[in-house]
Design a binder for this molecule. Structure first.
Ligand SMILES: [Zn+2]
Length: 335
């Protein structure tokens, strides 16, 4: 049984670096943190504790507490995100004290970063990087306590942030395993975090979600949120390659039963970019954009089904194809 401490960098009035709609201090605490805790709770042979999240260990150490007061841990892992003026700077790395060589856990953490965001160039090939100018690192080195500072990736890189957000559950699981050396059972959610409530993070996840191809149909959901109040807006695009369908219908589907809650025919919106990307004829209009009244359905959790069909009623008469997006759902609020 080993106890390990996880520290989220910055905080206590210091947001850290910002980029792509996120702040370092809140990304680690609010996006990564809950996932890390959920996986840490599944550990059987080891334990991970979390340093007081309302505090910035750096400021605490400077004041004589912080790293000086940590006792009883086999390792301390502090999470940050990097930032650069160039948005093309990318990759994560594990910073260790220049006085030591990386241990197996440092290397395992670097492997996780390599898998999900790639390695920062100067840290290749191991993904570790030695420094002697970091306060917490030096205090822990002096005290003989194993410490590392993990730069998860660049907050200034949309690619890094997107890769982290998209895989956050898998990243968290792999980090807990790497920190402790203990394998966890159970599979991580992949693709995206399902957010039950409307929020800017939810919007971002939808906006950046990948297009899906099922049975010759390809669809991309770009917007799914309450807009205006009392309605859910669904927007994106869908096509079936060379096959043409006369109508595009959007359905809100009940997450619990997979039954239809409501449907609406979309107008066809020109998307020359989609036509070009998929080699579609230029008179195709693959865009959809609908607004569905939700006021009668408060409390239901719903996801979006996109249907291409020749049936003017939106059923499947004359041929139809569907793509469902059950991984992105919203709870219908009372309006
Ligand atoms: Zn930082």
């Amino acid at each position: 049984m080993s106890k390990h401490l996880v520290v989220f960098g910055h905080g206590q009035g210091d947001p850290g670096a910002t980029g792509n709609g996120y702040q370092e201090a809140t990304f680690t605490r609010n996006i990564l943190g809950p996932k890390l805790k959920a996986w840490a709770a599944k550990l059987k042979k080891n334990q991970i504790d979390f340093y007081n999240e309302s505090l910035d260990m750096y400021q605490q150490t400077k004041a004589g507490g912080g790293a000086y007061g940590v006792n009883g841990y086999s390792s301390v892992t502090e999470f940050h995100l990097d930032a650069a003026t160039s948005s093309s700077a990318t990759g994560g790395h594990v910073i260790i004290s220049a006085r030591f060589n990386p241990d197996s856990n440092d290397l395992a953490i670097a492997k996780v970063l390599e898998k999900y965001v790639g390695l920062w160039g100067s840290s290749k090939p191991t993904g570790t990087y030695k420094r002697d100018d970091l306060l917490n690192m030096n205090v822990f080195a002096n005290r003989g306590i194993s410490y590392r500072l993990v730069e998860l990736g660049f907050i200034s890189s949309a690619k890094d942030v997107n890769n982290l957000v998209k895989n956050i559950d898998a990243v968290a699981k792999a980090l807990v395993e790497a920190i402790t050396g203990e394998s966890l059972s159970g599979s991580a959610n992949t693709g995206s975090t399902s957010k039950p409530q409307s929020s800017s993070n939810h919007d971002k996840i939808i906006e950046e979600s990948p297009a899906k191809t099922v049975n010759g149909m390809t669809a991309k959901l770009a917007k799914f949120r309450e807009e205006p109040l009392g309605s859910f807006r669904e927007a994106g695009w869908a096509h079936a390659g060379k096959e043409n369908y006369n109508y595009c219908f959007i359905f809100l589907m009940d997450k619990a039963t997979n039954k239809e809650v409501a449907r609406q025919k979309s107008k066809d919106i020109p998307r020359p970019d989609v036509n070009a990307a998929y080699g579609l004829s230029s008179n195709n209009k693959p865009g959809f954009d609908t607004t569905i009244d939700i006021k009668k359905f408060a409390g239901k959790q719903v996801y979006v089904k996109v249907r291409l069909t020749n049936d003017p009623a939106g059923n499947m008469k004359g041929g139809a194809k569907d793509i469902d997006f059950p991984e992105y759902y919203l709870t219908i609020p009372k309006r």
